[in-house]
Design a protein around this ligand. Structure first.
Ligand SMILES: *Cc1c(COP(=O)(O)O)cnc(C)c1O
Length: 433
């Protein structure tokens, strides 16, 4: 796979280079120069395939110029021991549950595959790297779990003290081994500033092979396409056009769906659903992309004012608004609508959704109401509801929500974190020491 920068089609990189650099030198985004098609024979029988069989086939189609097939199989097997099941909620309305991985959010798919792929390249080149990540919550958990015990990689996670949920903190601080958590006396922006400065520091770069686990890394995008194929496999027998509603923040998830689509997955339509951070729905309705500062909502993993994957999303359509609009509709919903949907669906069906999932559900309903089309509607559930317990309890008006044992076990584990100031000199001394 050859990749090019969205800012300069002449600036190219190999897969390995793109995985370790994350971003091209001109600060564009890496895009595959050529998108190969999935085998029609494979698609014809996809309903008989497991998640890992699908992941292997898609990876092979994309990566076999770079990695021998036997190694691709090992990379996939090491990354995934969890599925992406489709659950019927209402008539022709399905929830694609993406929270069966170790951190119970969809970012596990990207983080696990990235860790597995990086480790493969590192073992081959006999190198070691040190990953630095600043997190406001969910990304850190997925990265920590994804890289835990992966050979050749050390992970340092910085999180703002007192500003992540209990569950999120435990997911960062109870692993040990090659994962170290630094509890920073400051905000998420302070954490991010420390990481940025470390990447620019000569002394640190001389001592360590530093890398980031950035969400726009191409190795996080690729595995997110697998579950669109897997979802299609599970609704294919209905014989209806398939529509996906994607709860979006930085639009990595939706871009991965577009990658699957460009590989030949028969998707009838995509729905870009957001909370009040609605720059993309606005762009879809008037062709004008106008980023703004983000506002806080209850679906806070989607509080993004200038989505980092926007450029990728439009590039799949040659940056032509008219074409983007043909395949993607945009809708947005406020917190009251989101809470009402959580309550209404729970009362009627017994199914509990996290706030991000509820936004996606609303987008799907809006689309089918407006178009009156008969489709198999799939909305993506990006996190388990128990990760957002306060919001769920408020929406349902009860303090009596069940937590899965995996999460309650986690809460009883002991936190191990190193306190850190927001001064770069302290952080640097820690890393060198
Ligand atoms: C990150 C995240 C999102 C947003 O995904 P993008 O790929 O950034 O659009 C949605 N829901 C949850 C729970 C998340 O953690």
């Amino acid at each position: 796979m050859i990749l090019y920068s969205t800012k300069n089609t002449q600036l190219k990189a190999s897969l390995e280079e793109a995985v370790f650099r994350s971003l091209p030198a001109d600060n564009g985004l890496y895009m595959p120069e050529h998108i190969p098609s999935i085998s029609p024979a494979f698609l014809a029988n996809i309903e008989q395939r497991s998640f890992n069989e699908i992941a292997f086939e898609v990876s092979k189609t994309l990566l076999s110029d770079d990695i021998p097939e036997a190694d691709i199989l090992r990379i996939v097997e090491r990354a995934f021991d969890f599925d992406a099941p489709v659950v019927p909620i209402e008539d022709k309305t399905y929830c694609l549950e993406l929270f069966h991985g170790p951190s119970m959010a969809f970012k596990d798919f990207g983080a696990r595959f990235m860790a597995s792929l990086m480790s493969y390249f590192l073992v081959r080149s006999q190198q070691e790297i040190r990953i630095l990540v600043a997190t406001s919550g969910d990304t850190g958990g997925a990265v920590a779990q994804g890289f835990h015990n992966v050979p050749g990689i050390n992970v340092t996670i910085l999180y703002p003290s007192g500003k992540v949920s209990d569950i999120q903190e435990k997911q960062l601080t109870t692993l040990g081994g090659n994962v170290t958590a630094l509890e920073v006396d400051g905000t998420f922006d302070d954490c991010q500033a420390l990481v940025k400065q470390a990447f620019l520091d000569d002394e640190l770069n001389k001592k360590y092979n530093l890398a980031s686990a950035n969400s726009i890394n191409i190795s996080r995008l690729i595995p997110q396409s697998f579950y669109y194929f897997r979802a299609y496999a599970q609704v294919k027998q209905l014989g209806l056009p398939v529509v996906f509603s994607v709860p979006s923040g930085n639009f990595g998830n939706l871009s991965a769906g577009l990658l699957a689509y460009r590989m030949g997955l028969p998707v009838a339509h995509f729905i870009a659903t957001t909370n009040r951070n609605n720059v993309v729905p606005n762009y879809l309705s008037n062709g004008n992309y106008a980023p703004v500062p983000s506002v806080e909502t209850i679906s806070n993993a989607m509080d993004v004012g200038n989505p980092s994957n926007f450029v990728r999303m439009t590039r799949f359509f040659g940056d032509e608004w008219a074409k983007v609009k043909q395949d993607i509709s945009g809708f947005w919903f406020n917190d009251d609508q989101t809470k009402a949907a959580m309550r209404e669906v729970y009362d009627r069906t017994g199914y509990l959704m996290c706030p991000h999932t509820a936004v996606a559900y609303l987008g799907l309903k809006e689309y089918t109401n407006l178009t009156q089309k008969e489709v198999a509607g799939v909305f993506l559930s990006t996190a388990h509801y128990a990760k957002f317990l306060n919001v769920v309890e408020e929406a349902l008006g009860t303090g009596d929500v069940e937590i899965p044992t995996r999460l309650s076990d986690l809460l009883s584990k002991e936190k191990v974190a190193t306190p850190m100031t927001k001064q770069f000199a302290d952080f640097k001394a820690y890393l060198l020491g």
